[in-house]
Design a protein around this ligand. Structure first.
Ligand code: FES
Length: 153
């Protein structure tokens, strides 16, 4: 099978690309659409650096094919701020130093957004459990949990 035309709805806008059906959503974002905020840590579902929201639920974008996500609402780290105004989760990561090298941060933030929205941040332990698929090699976990818990209120 050769390349096909795909239309993806990303951060509220329709984006088109021409790609082989085997292209992952992560590669579609990064390599075809220049949305490089979502990171590739492992490319097989173990690190969470590629986390995006699909129809509001968090997804490892390296584990799903772009073609399967047509017709769905995809939100990436580039889409959560409102103009110059950062998303509250972004503000909280800044305030609590929820990152060091920053590589895992986009995925952590997207996971944190889903964590709060789905009500999984009612305690530090619950938050840690929910966020356990997002690895941070710098070990910023306590600050990440503090940031997510603050947004949860
Ligand atoms: Fe997708 Fe690691 S790059 S989980």
């Amino acid at each position: 099978e050769g390349p096909t035309d795909l239309t993806l709805r990303i951060n509220g806008a329709a984006r088109t690309l021409r790609a082989e059906p085997r292209v992952t959503l992560l590669d579609a974002l990064r390599e075809y659409l220049d949305l490089t905020g979502s990171k590739k840590g492992c490319d097989h579902g173990q690190c969470g650096a590629c986390t995006v929201l699909v129809d509001g639920r968090r997804v490892n974008s390296c584990l799903t094919l772009a073609v399967m996500n047509q017709g769905k609402e995809i939100t990436t780290i580039e889409g959560i701020a409102k103009g110059d105004e950062l998303h509250p989760m972004q503000e909280a990561f800044l305030k609590h130093d929820g990152f060091q090298c920053g590589y895992c941060t986009p995925g952590q933030i997207m996971s944190g957004v889903a964590c709060v929205k789905e009500g999984h941040a009612t305690s530090d332990d619950q938050c840690r459990e929910w966020m356990s698929g997002n690895l941070c090699r710098c070990g910023a976990y306590p600050n990440i949990v503090a940031a997510v818990r603050e947004v949860a209120g």
